[in-house]
Write a protein of this length. Structure first.
Length: 247
């Protein structure tokens, strides 16, 4: 069986969709995705909680436990995280985690990565740096951070917001571990990132936001007498995806 780490292949990257509940995860697994991540925004928003402040940690761990029996690997976004949260994710059945630095001091984040690998050595730690997330970006600082995190034991590094091909190539060349890039519609493609050596491409909150857009579009179509999108999942399909007794 291919391990989660082995799914991170040069030239054939892991395309990772991110789910926010059992039904969304199960439909992705049934579509053939070998691994599913959680989306911190989706999990938090679905629970009426803010993202990025650790408020959805319990909900994320509960979701990981619910997904543990799926025929796919699960990786959990634990935001800034902690050793306790990482260990709990591993015990819940996660193959990996994302831990983000929120563009705070890099050295404490490296120390967290080192501690997590000591306590949960089999957990794939994807170390996220936010040098390019919601900001212009600083490639020099990005390179310093991804090297520091890789040296601390991270199994992969994640730079959401990075899209310029030369910058992506520079990050890939800077570390030996797999580089993860966030898919950005209109700015990146799977084929293009694969050519640059990226070994993991995450969808982040894209699917959750697309689901919200489809919800609003359908509600407006019903109200206004417009056509409703064809090809929607049947009631029975969704009920089956949500049934925890069927794996």
């Amino acid at each position: 069986m291919t391990t989660f780490a082995e799914l991170h292949r040069a030239g054939d990257p892991l395309v990772l969709p991110n789910a926010w509940d059992v039904a969304s995860a199960r439909c992705l697994v049934e579509a053939g995705f070998p691994a599913v991540g959680t989306t911190s925004l989706g999990v938090a928003a679905a629970a009426g909680l803010p993202d990025g402040v650790g408020a959805a940690e319990a909900a994320t761990l509960e979701l990981v436990r619910d997904l543990a029996g799926l025929a796919a690997y699960v990786t959990a976004d634990i935001e800034g995280g902690s050793v306790a949260a990482a260990v709990a994710a591993a015990e819940a059945g996660a193959a990996g985690i994302n831990v983000e630095d929120a563009f705070g001091p890099a050295e404490p984040h490296a120390a967290l990565i080192r501690s997590v690998k000591l306590e949960a050595p089999g957990l794939f730690v994807n170390a996220r740096t936010d040098t390019h997330w919601l900001r212009t970006g600083d490639l020099t600082e990005t390179l310093r951070r991804v090297r520091l995190y890789a040296d601390a034991g991270a199994d992969g590094v994640f730079v959401p917001g990075l899209a310029d091909p030369a910058d992506v190539e520079a990050v890939v060349a800077a570390v030996d571990v797999p580089v993860n890039i966030l898919f950005l519609p209109g700015r990146t493609t799977v084929a293009g990132l694969a050519e640059l050596g990226v070994r993991r491409i995450s969808m982040g909150s894209l699917l959750f936001r697309a689901a919200l857009a489809a919800t609003l579009r359908t509600a407006l179509a019903v109200r206004d007498g417009a056509d409703v999108d064809a090809g929607l999942p049947a009631y029975a399909d969704v009920n089956a995806w949500a049934d925890q007794s069927v794996r």
